[in-house]
Design a protein around this ligand. Structure first.
Ligand code: NAD
Length: 691
């Protein structure tokens, strides 16, 4: 239960917030804080108020579950006004995370004492919002407008030391922070109360302040072009110079409310909640505990194995990296070292940290080296028979270890059947580069034990990944949906679009790259090999590979890459090849609009997402969104495919899919039953309850 305990010590009231786990400023907390400020005013025996909090966080921020809903009294603004108007000193004792509305609340206090573990941020920008509790006006007065605008538009936290240096508070205070805050209240009560930040211009009046701010604003405008919240924060910081406090505050409120209703902010807030929800495993038997994982073995030191080993080493977990021969092992370890060296050169890793991480990765030849590991992750070639053989051996070599495959597509149930303990077998599907990409698909096979799933999810958390549970099917959640986009790309190219037109549509949609440029970057032979192994065909992609056009690595693929250029240019030869294939298929090519290209690429992905939900491969629509956001660079401000579907409206998508099915003759494009049903009921995917 959210509460604020008030106790009196040495004539000072101490209001301690207790709203686990991170003390957001929910309505009961705001009410209790308001009451505490009023009590201090009314009681002549009290000298002032200390605001403190229990638990690891001080105040993690506003309660974002309240955003976009009818307001609940009192507003954060009311509490802030009351604190600022207090005739007696109010001091914040900030021991931990103090974010967003929490920081804005403390900016109304007469002093802020920071403990060594304090972390201060105004991270609203990350949710497509701006600080809406006076932060855009008080932070510039306190920190200087140039520093404040960077602080607010990055959303990144400052440590206690840095926050003190930036002028946000005093300290860091070693020892008893609340006792120090009580002493501060007493000292302030004995002298004259400092004027509130809002009463004067503060650092805005310093010489050169405006020039420094304008320079920071210009630099920002170059870097960030499209996010409305950033432009609004810059405008409001400028208003701090130009407008009276109350007027600028009203403007801040107006722009904040506009952003709350902006679909881009709604998508970012959806993603924020979906990421947390993804960690919850429905139906886990009570008392299921993750196993302890102290040592991991990774089989295969190729592209993925090396990256996976780095992920564990980065999290401080020792890894044995295993290959079939010394040469492959040496090459794999050299690639790992080269990756770390790049980070050292860039300055993002110290040489000592690199040495420590390399020290955690032990290279070995032969599967026997997996003995004694708590978890073995297999990342060898994508061949089912090879994988089955390896798991059959690992079953005996590493008794008691969890057995995980990094396969992209293959049947984990079949691998489990090759072992004597299918309960210990699951998929842990990392994305390339594994040490960078945040997604981990945790694939539960038919007999995977709840404990194994819980262990993999907990490990994902330790590795700093966003982990999503998936069921077994060809390509799991992410690659199964990707296959739909790849199929649509082929069709669009055959019907009349060119690679740069398909890519431009997805870039305009918000992706960093379209499917053709992406294929060229990854190497077109990867999926070619998969197609050949599984008897699938893709006329254009196959023809490109057959012509030796494997992408960037061969200087040509869908595009031409003159002299090692990273950006491809359209190639008339590819256009001729595509036109020839269209003609061979008897297709009369036509101009396809960007809007149609986008719908033809994205709607079938949504449809596949609906099937994935129907089959219980994903627990909830938000999980599918997390897979695409963190594994495939889906634009965060579009929330993921399933959120996007709700934003567009399912009736329209169902109607378009039926049209695509008719015009292409591909019945699999017809709306999936779940999509059709929700569309008929005029509901969205968000109406589905988690399993
Ligand atoms: P890769 O060819 O780069 O590496 C495979 C490595 O496994 C090679 O170094 C090979 O020598 C080694 N190997 C083969 N048999 C072995 C054995 N019996 N014992 C020990 N080592 C052995 O392949 P990759 O791209 O790293 O892919 C590995 C797996 O990860 C595949 O199942 C693939 O589908 C999956 N995957 C790949 C990607 C990607 O983008 N490359 C992404 C996710 C998953």
């Amino acid at each position: 239960m959210a509460s604020v305990d008030v106790e009196i010590r040495e004539g000072v009231a101490i209001a301690t917030i207790d709203n686990p786990p991170v003390n957001p400023l929910s309505a009961p907390i705001r009410q209790a804080l308001l009451a505490a400020v009023e009590k201090v005013q009314a009681d002549a025996s009290l000298k002032g108020l200390v605001i403190a909090a229990k638990g690891r966080a001080f105040i993690a921020g506003a309660d974002i579950t309240e955003f976009g809903k009818p307001p609940i009294f009192p507003h954060l603004r009311d509490v802030i006004v009351k604190i600022e108007a207090s005739a007696k000193p109010v001091v914040a004792a900030i021991h931990g995370t103090c974010f967003g509305g929490g920081l804005e609340l403390t900016l109304a206090c007469h002093a802020r004492l920071l403990g060594p573990g304090a972390k201060l941020a105004l991270p609203e920008v990350k949710l497509g919002l701006l600080p809406g509790g006076g932060g855009t006006q008080r932070a510039p007065r306190l920190m200087g407008a140039d520093k404040a605008v960077n602080f607010m538009t990055s959303g990144e936290p400052l440590s206690a030391e840095k926050a003190v240096a930036a002028g946000l508070g005093e300290g860091p205070v070693e020892g008893d922070l609340v006792a120090a805050a009580i002493a501060k209240v007493q000292a302030l009560a004995a002298g004259t109360l400092p004027a509130p930040i809002s009463a004067g211009p503060g650092k805005l009046a310093e010489p050169g302040a405006r020039e420094a701010f304008e320079a920071a604003a210009t630099a920002l405008a170059k870097r960030v072009k499209t996010e409305p919240q950033v432009a609004n924060i810059v405008a409001l910081t400028r208003a701090a110079f130009d407008q009276p406090f109350a007027e600028a505050l009203a403007e801040e409120r107006k722009l904040f409310l506009q952003l709350v209703e902006d679909p881009r902010s709604k998508a970012l807030r959806h993603a924020f909640f979906a990421e947390r929800e993804a960690a919850r495993i429905p139906g886990l038997p009570p008392g299921t505990k993750p196993r302890e994982v102290k040592r991991v073995a990774v089989i295969g030191a190729g592209t993925m194995g090396g990256g996976i080993a780095m992920s564990f080493a980065n999290a401080g977990i020792p890894v044995t990296l295993i290959e079939t021969g010394q040469e492959a092992l040496t090459n794999g370890l050299a690639r790992v070292e080269k990756n770390y060296d790049t980070s050292v050169k860039r300055g993002s890793l110290t040489p000592e940290a690199k040495a420590k991480r390399m020290g955690l990765i032990e290279g070995k030849v032969g599967l026997e080296a997996a003995a004694g590991s708590d978890l073995v992750i297999e990342a060898v070639f994508e061949e089912l028979e090879l994988k089955k053989k390896i798991f059959a051996e690992l079953d005996k070599i590493a008794p008691g270890a969890l057995l995980a495959s990094n396969t992209s597509y293959l049947d984990i149930d079949a691998m489990a059947a090759a072992t004597s303990r299918p309960g210990d077998m699951l998929g842990m599907h990392f994305f390339s580069p594994a040490n960078v990409m945040k997604l981990l698909e945790v694939v539960r096979a038919k007999e995977t034990s709840p404990e194994a799933v819980a262990t993999a999810m907990e490990l994902g958390r330790r590795l700093g990944k966003v982990s999503v549970v998936a069921g077994v099917c060809y390509g799991f959640i992410g690659n199964r949906i990707l296959a739909r986009r790849t199929q649509a790309t082929e069709r669009l190219l055959l019907e009349g679009a060119l690679p740069h037109e398909v890519d431009a549509a997805l870039v305009a949609f918000g992706f960093r790259m379209g499917p053709c440029a992406m294929g060229d970057l990854a190497g077109l032979d990867i999926s070619w090999r998969v197609r050949k192994a599984t008897g699938q065909k893709a006329l254009i992609a196959d023809a490109l590979c057959e012509a030796g056009r494997l992408g960037q690595k061969t200087g040509k693929g869908y595009y031409l890459y003159p002299e090692g250029a990273r950006e491809g240019v359209p190639d008339p030869e590819v256009q001729a090849l595509i036109e020839r294939l269209s003609a061979e298929q008897g297709i009369t090519r036509r101009k396809i609009s960007q809007e149609e290209i986008t719908e033809r690429l994205v709607f079938p992905m949504i449809n596949e997402g609906a099937r994935i939900l129907e089959e219980g491969i994903a627990f909830r629509p938000g999980d599918i969104d997390m897979v695409w956001l963190h594994g495939y660079n889906w634009p965060a401000w579009r929330g993921g495919p399933m959120h996007h579907a709700d934003a567009v409206g399912l009736p329209y998508i169902a109607k378009r899919l039926a049209e695509f099915a008719k015009t292409t003759g591909d019945a699999t494009l017809n709306p999936a039953p779940l999509l059709a049903q929700l569309a008929a009921e005029e509901k969205g995917f968000s109406s589905l309850k988690a399993a």
